[in-house]
Design a protein around this ligand. Structure first.
Ligand code: SF4
Length: 322
């Protein structure tokens, strides 16, 4: 029986602030899962710590709310253990690009077949709005006593050089466009990264919904506001690596596009490269029965729930005699 959109929602109380961009991202994820009719029991959503960390509580699939900056190790472990699962990892830019930055790089090098979505609002919203890694140098949001003294991370470029094979950006108030990007990220064979611009109306009083809508960005000829985000696919941009020989040219194109900011902010698919083997394919080349007999199917205890792991040989090797 076909699942309804409501089947992907929970009735858990949601205390995100009114107008928070997180709502748009949550809706887009639910709509993507529904459109693709992905079985709920085959889907696991992992989160880190932060406002966005509550996302799995609101999606009726398996959900695991993990530790600060550690969402990717949990999510990758689950995918490796059960390669049949559809895995989505979510978290804020502070969680993923601050304390979790090392895991971000490590994940890119592995290229597991899963999706990582960063809710990018430039601040640590859950802890009252400190500057997060994507906040631009010199910006002074209302919680800061002085302008931000650090330069910002460019998540698109960082994902590219780390090795992510699908890289896209969405905007949380353009839910339908974001939903389509999430679907393409799920379909992608390899590690997909989505940088989602997400206004935090409570603590980021600069990159607001009105700012993205271009309320202060007026066309002098028409006297109309110009929205800051634009869809790169409508501007003729093609991020797909069609031939292996194109990789360097495509990477250069991504770097250039990812540096656009200000009055014109690109959203859409920056890069897609399915010529790189996934981590599962690399494992399969070494462990021929990995898919038929993945770790989650292997017994770890006997009928009395006693561990069947035998480490006597290891202990004997490590033994230090007098
Ligand atoms: Fe959303 Fe910001 Fe409120 Fe957190 S603090 S729920 S990011 S508006």
């Amino acid at each position: 029986m076909a699942l309804k959109l409501a089947d992907y929602k929970t009735d858990t109380h949601n205390d995100w602030c009114p107008g928070c961009g997180d709502f748009g991202i949550l809706n887009a994820i639910q709509m993507a899962l529904f459109d693709m009719q992905i079985p709920r029991h085959r889907t696991a959503i992992f989160s880190g710590i932060g406002c966005s960390g509550k996302t799995p509580h609101f999606i009726h699939t398996y959900g695991i709310h993990t530790l600060h900056g550690r969402v990717l190790p949990f999510a990758q472990g689950a995918k490796l253990s059960n390669p049949e699962l559809e895995i989505l990892a979510v978290g804020g830019d502070g969680d993923g690009l601050g304390i979790g930055a090392g895991h971000f790089i490590g994940a890119g090098r592995r290229n597991l077949d899963m999706v990582y979505i960063i809710f990018n609002n430039g601040v640590y919203g859950l802890t009252k709005g400190q500057a997060a890694p994507t906040l631009k140098l010199g910006m002074k949001t209302k919680s800061l006593t002085q302008p931000n003294v650090n330069n910002s991370v460019n998540p698109i470029s960082l994902a590219l050089v780390a090795g992510f094979t699908f890289i896209a950006r969405g905007y949380s108030y353009d839910v339908r466009h974001l939903k389509e990007i999430i679907k393409k990220a799920i379909e992608h064979k390899g590690l997909a990264f989505l940088d989602v611009l997400q206004p935090c109306p409570t603590y980021n009083d600069i990159n607001t919904k009105e700012w993205y809508q271009g309320l202060d960005n007026i066309n002098p000829e028409t006297n109309k506001q110009i929205p800051r985000t634009y869809k790169i696919e409508e501007a003729g941009y093609d991020g797909v690596v069609h031939e292996v020989e194109d990789i360097n040219d495509k990477m250069a194109q991504v770097i250039e596009k990812s540096n656009e900011w200000g009055n014109k902010i690109p959203i859409g698919i920056f890069y897609q490269n399915e010529h790189i083997p996934t981590y599962q394919e690399r494992i399969l080349a070494r462990v021929s029965d990995y898919i038929e007999n993945p770790p989650y199917k292997q017994a770890i205890s006997d009928e009395n729930n006693k561990s069947i792991s035998n480490i006597d040989k290891l202990l004997a090797e490590l033994r230090v005699d007098n």
